[in-house]
Ligand binder design. Structure first.
Ligand code: BES
Ligand code: MN
Ligand code: ZN
Length: 497
C-alpha cells in the first residue's frame, strides 16, 4: 500500500473514496461541511433523517453526491465533536477502513486527520491511518484451494493535511505506520498458518528469509544438538515428545551504533501446544496453533525495524518447538536442569511456555542487554484477568515497565501491569527440585512470571502475557498481530527516556 500526505479541497478531490467525519448531535467536520455546501445540504438532510447518528464505529457509504467529485464518500461517525480519545480514534479508523475495503475503491483520501484527538497530533493520526488502512485489507487464504477473489483493491491512501499540520512529521509517521503494518501482517500470517505448515523449521526459514532482505539483520539457527551443548535442558524437555525438531532462532538486527547495548526480545514459539502428557481438553484445541504468536510478534517487530532502517540494536530470540505427548515425552514429576543450572520439577507438562522461555532468558545474558522483553501466550489465567483488551505486563524494573505501558498506550496496543511480588513465588516451591513449573490455582499469570523472574536477575526485564490479545476466537478467529505495534513504538521512541 502506498501512503502520502496532501492538502485537499474535499468537494473537488478526485478519488474513488473519500472519508469524512460526522459527529454526534448532527455536528459536521470541516470536510463534511464543505461537501454539504457543495451538495445542496444533502448531508444535513441525511443527519436529520436519522440515518446516521455520528457514533464511533458507524459508517455510511454515499455514491455520487451532487457537486462532489469523489466517486463515493464514506461518512464516518466520530463521536463527540469536542474530541476523541486515542482508543476511540482507533475504532473510528477501524470502522472506516472496514467499510472502505468492502468497496472496489483503489484509492482513498482520508480527511479524518482533522478530527481532534486528545494527546494525538497530526503525525500520530497519520501513523494510525497507515496501520489501520493496511490491516483492513488482510486476508488469509494460503490454505484455501480457491483463493478469495480480492474485491478489495485499495492501493493508495492519501491523508489530507490542514494548513497548520506538520507534514514533514506526518510523512515520517506514515512511513512508520506502513512499516508497523507490514510487521503486523507478518505476525498475523505466521499466527494463522496451521501447525502442520508452521513448524519450528518453518519459522527458522522465515527468519532466514528476512535476513536475506535486510543487510543489518543476521540470523543463526541452533539445532537440538547445539541446544544440548548449551545445557538447555528445560527447552529440550518440551520437545522430547515430538518428531518435529526444535529450533532456537537468533535474529540480530544492528541498525544502531556498534557499541550500544541491544534490547533483546524473546518470543514463545510453541508451534502447537497439546499440553503434552498433561493433555488439554479437545474443546478449541485447534487454537493452540496460535501458541507461537509471541514469536510471530518478535518476527513482526524486527521486520518493521529493518524496513525502517531504524537506528537501534535489537536481538530477537525464538525458542521454537511443539508440545505433544508420546512415549518419549516428559512426564509429570520429571526433574530437568535448565541452562542456568537451576533444576525444575515439571509438575504439569502443559506449563511448557515458561520452560522454553527460561533457557532463552539465560541465553540472553550473553548480549549484556540494555533490557530484555519476552512475549508469550503464557497463561489462560491472563484471559480471565484482562480479557482481549490488554496484554498482561510484569517486570523487575519499574521504569522499563512504565515505558512499555506508555508505548502500548501510544500505539493503541495497550498493556496492563500486574504485581510481581516475592510472596507470589511461594507456591512454586518443590520438594524435589529448585522450583516447580506451576504454582497453585491462584494468580496464574503472576506465578508464571514469578517463575521466569528466577532467570532474569542479571538484567532489566519485562514480560508480556499475550494469551488474551494475540488472537481472536469465534467467527473472526485469527491472529491480531499484537503486540507488534507496542514493541515497535517502544523500540523506536521509548527506549532510554
Ligand atoms: N499456551 C497455554 C496458555 C493459553 C491457554 C493461552 C489458552 C491461550 C489460551 C500455556 O502453555 C498453558 O497451557 N498454560 C497453562 C498453565 C497451567 C498448566 C499452570 C494454563 O494457562 O492453563
Ligand atoms: Mn501449555
Ligand atoms: Zn502453551
Amino acid at each position: 500500500m502506498e501512503f502520502s500526505i496532501k492538502t485537499v479541497v474535499p468537494e473537488k478531490q478526485r478519488c474513488a473514496c473519500l472519508l469524512v467525519g460526522v459527529f454526534e448531535k448532527k455536528h459536521m467536520s470541516e470536510a463534511a461541511g464543505a461537501l454539504d455546501a457543495a451538495a445542496d445540504s444533502a448531508i444535513t438532510r441525511l443527519l436529520k433523517s436519522g440515518d446516521m447518528e455520528g457514533k464511533v464505529g458507524e459508517t455510511l457509504v454515499l455514491h455520487q453526491l451532487p457537486g462532489v467529485t469523489a466517486t463515493r464518500v464514506i461518512l464516518v461517525g466520530c463521536g463527540k465533536a469536542e474530541g476523541l480519545t486515542p482508543r476511540e480514534y482507533g475504532k473510528v479508523l477501524e470502522a472506516a477502513f472496514a467499510a472502505a475495503v468492502k468497496t472496489p475503491a483503489g484509492d482513498l483520501v482520508s480527511t479524518l486527520g482533522e478530527v481532534t484527538v486528545t494527546g494525538g497530533d497530526f503525525a500520530w493520526k497519520a501513523r494510525e491511518t497507515a496501520v489501520h488502512a493496511q490491516a483492513a485489507g488482510y486476508r488469509f487464504d494460503e490454505t484455501k484451494s480457491k483463493k478469495t477473489p480480492r474485491k478489495n483493491t485499495l492501493k493508495k491512501v492519501i491523508v489530507a493535511a490542514g494548513a497548520d499540520d506538520d507534514t514533514t512529521a506526518g510523512a515520517a509517521a506514515l512511513a512508520e505506520g506502513a512499516a508497523v503494518a507490514e510487521g503486523v501482517e507478518l505476525a498475523r500470517h505466521l499466527g494463522d498458518l496451521p501447525a502442520n505448515i508452521c513448524t519450528p523449521s518453518h519459522l527458522a526459514g522465515e527468519a532466514r528469509k528476512l535476513a536475506r532482505k535486510h543487510r543489518a539483520l543476521t540470523v543463526e539457527v541452533l539445532t537440538e544438538k547445539e541446544m544440548e551443548g548449551l545445557g538447555m535442558g528445560a527447552l529440550l524437555s518440551v520437545t522430547r515428545g515430538s518428531h518435529e525438531p526444535a529450533r532456537f532462532i537468533v535474529m540480530n538486527y544492528r541498525g544502531g551504533p556498534q557499541r550500544r547495548k541491544p534490547t533483546v526480545l524473546v518470543g514463545k514459539g510453541v508451534t502447537f501446544d497439546t499440553g503434552g502428557i498433561s493433555i488439554k481438553p479437545a474443546q478449541a484445541m485447534d487454537e493452540m496453533k496460535f501458541d507461537m504468536c509471541g514469536a510471530a510478534s518478535v518476527f513482526g517487530a524486527i521486520k518493521a525495524l529493518a524496513t525502517l532502517d531504524a537506528a537501534v540494536n535489537v536481538v530477537g530470540l525464538v525458542p521454537a518447538t511443539e508440545n505433544v505427548p508420546s512415549g518419549t515425552a516428559t512426564k509429570p514429576g520429571d526433574v530437568v536442569t535448565s541452562m542456568s543450572g537451576q533444576t525444575i520439577e515439571v509438575l504439569n507438562t502443559d506449563a511448557e511456555g515458561r520452560l522454553i522461555l527460561c533457557d532463552a532468558l539465560t541465553y540472553a545474558e550473553r548480549y549484556k542487554p540494555a533490557a530484555v522483553v519476552d512475549v508469550a501466550t503464557l497463561t489462560g489465567a491472563c484471559i480471565v484477568a484482562l480479557g482481549a483488551q490488554a496484554s498482561g505486563l510484569l517486570g523487575n524494573h519499574q521504569s522499563l515497565v512504565d515505558r512499555l505501558l506508555e508505548a502500548g498506550t501510544r500505539a493503541n496496543d495497550p498493556a496492563w501491569q500486574l504485581p510481581l511480588w516475592d510472596e507470589y513465588k511461594e507456591s512454586l516451591k518443590s520438594n524435589f527440585a529448585d522450583m516447580a513449573n506451576i504454582g497453585g490455582r491462584e494468580a496464574g499469570t503472576i506465578t508464571a512470571a514469578g517463575f521466569l523472574s528466577n532467570f532474569t536477575e542479571k538484567y532489566h526485564w519485562a514480560h508480556l502475557d499475550i494469551a488474551g490479545t494475540a488472537w481472536k476466537t469465534g467467527k473472526a478467529k485469527g491472529a491480531t498481530g499484537r503486540p507488534v505495534a507496542l514493541l515497535v513504538e517502544f523500540l523506536l521512541h521509548q527506549q532510554d527516556t
